[in-house]
Structures are given as C-alpha cells and as structure tokens.
Ligand binder design. Structure first.
Ligand SMILES: CC(C)(COP(=O)(O)OP(=O)(O)OC[C@H]1O[C@@H](n2cnc3c(N)ncnc32)[C@H](O)[C@@H]1OP(=O)(O)O)[C@@H](O)C(=O)NCCC(=O)NCCS
Length: 148
C-alpha cells in the first residue's frame, strides 16, 4: 500500500474510502481557437447537430455568442479521445457529452463506442475542468479507475 493510500484508508469519511484502489489511468488536454468554431458554426448549419448533443447545444445557445461554449466542449471531446489514445477516429464526438446544470462544475457522460473504449481502458469516471475566453478554449480531463 502506498503512503497516499494509507492516508485515505485512515480517513473516517466514507466518500474518501471509495477512492482506495482508484487511480488516474489517463489524461487528455486540448486547446481550441474559438474563431475557428465561430466560423464553422456560421458556415456549416449542421456543425452543431453533428458534433454536440441536444443538451450541449441548448446550454451553448443560451449565450448570444455561443462559440466559446461550443469551442470548449469541442476541446473536451478531443481531450477525451486523446486520453483514450484513439484520436478523432475513435468515436463520434456526440458520444462524449459535457453535462452542466444551472450551476456547479461540469461533468462528462460517455455513450456508445466512447463508453466502450473507456471501459476497456479501465476508466470508471472522469474529472474535467474547462476554461474559455473570447479567443481560446481549453479543456483538461482525467480518466479515473483501475488500469486494465
Ligand atoms: C466557476 C468560475 C470560477 C468560472 O470562472 P470564469 O473565469 O468566469 O470562467 P472560465 O472560462 O475560467 O470557466 C468557465 C467554465 O468553468 C466551469 N465551471 C462553472 N462553474 C464551476 C464550478 N463551480 N466548479 C468548476 N468548474 C466550473 C464551466 O464548465 C464553465 O464553462 P461553461 O459554462 O462553458 O460550461 C466562476 O464562474 C465562479 O466563480 N463561479 C462561482 C462559483 C461558485 O461556486 N460560487 C459559489 C456560489 S455563491
């Protein structure tokens, strides 16, 4: 048992104990140019429907200029594919969804082939953080689970 695991086992909090045996098995990151996404949204009417779930589009379209939110979600999807080691051919981007409530942190939900790839990689859950400005959108993800 590593020193870190000893500290977690010693904690009386149940949620902390659930962490035992789980490790970060993969990470992925991506930086997207928001102007590129703005241009794609303007030029390709089906761009949003092709790559984003209805829930993602609805959240992005709450903004007058939805490009930043679409861009950071595109970055998140690419970051997941990097973490899974597949690249863009690995799964449809729509199978990787950034879920948001009205407030609080974002989360990832995978479906279809993306979910199968994650399971095969031993990923049980994901950590995700996003940031975006008018020009740049950045995502970092970590797959947590047990190495397969
Ligand atoms: C979260 C927060 C720091 C974002 O900072 P920002 O510089 O405005 O924006 P960024 O571009 O860096 O980050 C935006 C992204 O942060 C993420 N985010 C939002 N709330 C978050 C939270 N509580 N924790 C982690 N990430 C959060 C979202 O993914 C958001 O992007 P999205 O709206 O496209 O999904 C800011 O909105 C904030 O301080 N919110 C209040 C947080 C809070 O919990 N307050 C207590 C309630 S009183």
């Amino acid at each position: 048992m590593s020193r870190g695991e000893e500290r977690i086992v010693a904690a009386s909090d149940g949620a902390a104990r659930q962490v035992v045996g789980r490790v970060v098995v993969c990470v992925g990151t991506d930086l997207v140019d928001v102007d590129d996404i703005r241009a794609l949204l303007a030029r390709q009417p089906r761009f949003a429907d092709r790559h984003f779930t209805p829930g993602e589009s609805a959240y992005c379209l709450l903004e007058n200029d939805p490009a930043e939110r679409f861009a950071v979600r595109f970055a998140a999807k690419e970051a997941v594919l990097k973490a899974l080691g597949t690249g863009l051919s690995g799964s449809a981007l729509r199978e990787i969804e950034v879920v948001r409530g009205h407030s609080g942190p974002p989360a990832l939900a995978l479906a279809g082939r993306a979910a199968a790839l994650a399971e095969a990689a031993g990923v049980h859950s994901w950590l995700i953080t996003l940031t975006h400005s008018r020009h740049l959108a950045y995502a970092f993800v970590a797959g947590v689970g047990q190495p397969s």
